[in-house]
Design a protein around this ligand. Structure first.
Ligand code: ADP
Ligand code: MG
Length: 700
């Protein structure tokens, strides 16, 4: 039995390691930089770098890398060895403060959305002292932010850190109003639940669609899907269990708080949830988790699918983003308090989130938009594309009572007059569960469920932090001027709830009635990525993000373009993959089968009237008809792609994205229908693609 407590964090240059290895004054200076963001002097950086190198070399490390998160959604790294020439063909192992703090890389091949002109291809990586360095595969990883020569963010980490600062600043103003002077920082906490699929690597490699696009572009429904609901929380198969065990251990070594693992609803679907931590670290850790899931699966002869919808007809994968605000003194600001005064503060934060989600529904929708997630949202297994909030009956009743000035009757039938300073004590965990809500209050945190499984959690949290920061700012502006804090606070809570309660919906988000009702309430229903993204570049959005120093106008514009481009590229690759598979696998299969049937028919006919040929005739006719149809649909898709090839360079990226959504996606859907029908009648020996049943039940 391994000693997990000593295994945990053993590959992390953590606070404990720093304290042990750094001279006291150096540690104090670094600690100040980490907690207060003060400038780090080069002589301090030199000592830290040297200690890091010594610690790493001791563990067999030879290289270091600045690890960053460009706009591709994954991470990037370039490894340099510690070796340095030291006369007469000898080397020494060196790592300087300069190398630790800042790196320069030719970044022209990363998406920049026009931010970095190609003549200025340099990008800089800057050490993020708030996330610990760690060792992976013999290399020392230094988490860094990535920006252009002129200081614009080219990554996901920089704006996340900026948004954490924005909400910290505004939340502190609110706490001061409640006479709280001891809290120095308010930190965003995130716990991302990660869903994924595991299938056997052998069948995976036989599916070019999975290999190239991460999802199946074809596949008829298997006889057994998830209808028996026998997979959810079911017992783990030995191969899956061995994979999960190794994954946990490797994550623990990297200081990732891997906590919960279980089977999910769809066959071959699983989940891993870590214990929540600071948003920035949670984001780094989630990136590492996704990477390790893939590489460890590979070692176990498995393929890990992180796509939002690898298989049609069974549930897709999401990433539930659990979010809360915590003080540096360890208080969760979304925890209903023990005293009426604490509860008043809780209610103020609660209505701030309600207002933020209502006012900026469109931006939250932007944060979960991608070609992959378009298959999931609104598919009756994931939240709809309509943003609403679940509070649970009790909290809703309390807010209703507050709004109308009536009394509130709690579960024990106690009648209670309530105002913001005299609130009922909320028993914890009374919040009922609602699995269909996109944004649910779950006792002391919010769970944003629209995020896709392949997403970086940076995006949703940048937006969530900024929209809540904005409302807290408005509240602080009002209340700081107040002459009668208690009554103005009560009024603010009441009016905010009244104005924004349309966003609260405790019912079934999957129902048809909700779509109609949401429309009547005036909530937006941005059904797909192309509908959703333009809100990001609206005046309202630009003002919001610039005011809180999260994004400048050019940064928003560039990100918008990158998101649209990535939508177009994803669909382009999918369409080409379809054309390819149909041309070189499906059509030949149909021909071979028809050929054999025709030959048999001939032979039977040659034998005179003795043989009945109705089966062969029937099959031949059906396959011939479907093959014709296949050709028509393939040609339609190819033609649509050709139209696009002629106009792509000349058009705005939004126009291209519209073309993909309006023309390419329907052509792909049509083509799939025919292929899936053929799959059910063409004999197995001609069909080279493993079918759904083989994929979904490939791990035994
Ligand atoms: P469920 O699947 O029932 O929603 P899980 O246990 O799978 O719950 O995941 C809940 C996630 O929420 C975990 O990652 C947990 O650490 C995280 N979490 C719990 N409390 C908070 C909090 N205050 N802030 C942010 N995340 C939290
Ligand atoms: Mg869970």
């Amino acid at each position: 039995m391994k000693d997990i407590t000593s295994l945990f964090g053993s590959m992390v240059f953590s606070d404990v390691v720093m304290q042990a290895m750094l001279p006291k004054e150096i540690y104090t200076a670094l600690e100040k930089t980490i907690s207060q963001g003060t400038h780090l002097e080069l002589d301090v950086a030199n000592v830290v770098a040297n200690a890091m190198k010594d610690w790493a070399v001791e563990k067999g490390v030879t290289h270091f890398t600045h690890w960053f998160q460009p706009m591709t959604g994954t991470t990037a790294e370039k490894h340099d060895s510690f070796i340095s020439r030291s006369g007469d063909n000898r080397i020494i192992m060196e790592f300087s403060g300069k190398e630790l703090v800042r790196g320069e890389s030719d970044a022209s091949s990363f998406p920049s959305g026009g931010l970095r002109a190609t003549f200025e291809a340099r990008g800089y990586t800057v050490w993020d002292t708030t996330s610990y360095a760690f060792i992976k595969d013999g290399t020392l990883y230094i988490p860094t932010a990535f920006c252009s020569y002129s200081g614009e963010a080219l990554d996901k980490k920089t704006p996340l850190l900026r948004s954490m600062e924005a909400i910290d600043k505004q939340a502190l103003r609110i706490l001061r109003l409640f006479n709280n002077t001891s809290v120095k920082r308010v930190i965003t906490m995130v716990g991302p639940e990660q869903e994924y699929f595991l299938i056997d690597k052998e069948v995976f490699l036989k599916r070019p669609d999975l290999v190239c696009t991460g999802r199946t572009l074809f596949g008829a429904r298997p006889p057994k899907g998830q209808e028996l609901e026998d997979h959810y929380f079911g017992c783990l198969k030995p191969r899956v269990s061995a994979f999960m065990k190794e994954l946990d251990e490797e994550l623990w070594k990297l200081g990732v708080y891997a906590k919960t693992k279980h089977n999910e609803v769809a066959p071959a679907q699983h989940e891993l949830a870590p214990i929540y931590t600071t948003a920035n670290i949670a984001n780094d850790h989630n990136q590492l988790t996704m990477e390790l899931m893939k590489s460890i699966a590979n070692k176990h002869g498995l393929a890990c699918l992180l796509h939002e919808k690898p298989f049609a007809g069974v549930n897709g994968s999401g990433k539930h983003n659990n979010w809360s605000l915590c003080t540096d003194t360890g208080i969760n600001l979304l925890e209903p308090g023990e005293t009426p005064y604490e509860n008043a503060q809780f209610l103020l934060f609660l209505v701030a989130v309600i207002k933020a989600v209502d006012k900026y529904q469109d931006l939250l929708r932007v944060s979960s938009a991608s070609a992959g997630n378009d298959h999931r949202l609104g598919a009756h297994e994931a939240p709809p594309a309509i943003i609403s909030m679940f509070l649970g009956d009790e909290l809703t009743e309390i807010l209703e009572a507050l709004e109308s000035g009536t009394s509130y009757q709690d579960k024990k039938k106690n009648q209670m007059e309530i105002g913001v300073t005299v609130l009922p004590h909320f028993p914890k965990d009374t919040t009922d569960r609602n699995r269909t809500s996109p944004f649910a209050f779950t006792g002391n945190k919010f769970e944003f469920r629209m995020v896709g499984s392949a997403f970086s959690v940076a995006g949703p949290n940048i937006i969530l932090n900024t929209v809540v920061a904005e409302i807290l700012k408005q509240f602080a502006d009002t209340l700081e001027k107040s002459k009668n804090f208690t009554s103005d606070l009560a009024l603010l809570v009441r009016t905010t709830y009244k104005e924004h309660k349309r966003i609260i919906f405790n019912g079934n988000n999957y129902s048809e009635e909700w779509v109609i009702e949401a429309n009547q309430r005036g909530l937006s229903n941005l059904k797909n990525t192309v509908d959703a993204l333009p809100a990001f570049v609206s005046q309202k959005s630009i003002e919001l993000f610039s005011q809180h120093n999260v994004f400048g106008k050019s940064e928003i514009q560039s990100r918008y373009e990158i998101l649209l481009e990535s939508y177009c590229k994803t669909l382009h690759i999918e369409a080409l993959t379809m054309v390819d598979i149909v041309s070189v696998q499906i059509i030949p299969a149909c021909i071979d089968y028809q050929n054999d049937l025709a030959k048999l028919l001939e032979r039977k006919k040659g034998c005179g009237k003795a043989y009945d040929t109705s089966l062969e005739m029937h099959l031949l006719k059906r396959i011939a008809k479907l093959s014709d149809c296949l050709l028509t649909k393939l040609t339609a898709l190819e033609n649509a792609l050709n139209v696009l090839n002629g106009s792509r360079e000349k058009q705005e990226v939004l126009a291209n994205a519209c073309f993909y959504r309006n023309k390419i996606v329907p052509a792909m859907t049509e083509l799939r229908l025919t292929v899936d029908e053929l799959e059910t009648i063409v004999a197995k020996k001609y069909w080279s693609l493993p079918v759904y049943a083989e994929l979904l039940y490939s791990v035994v």
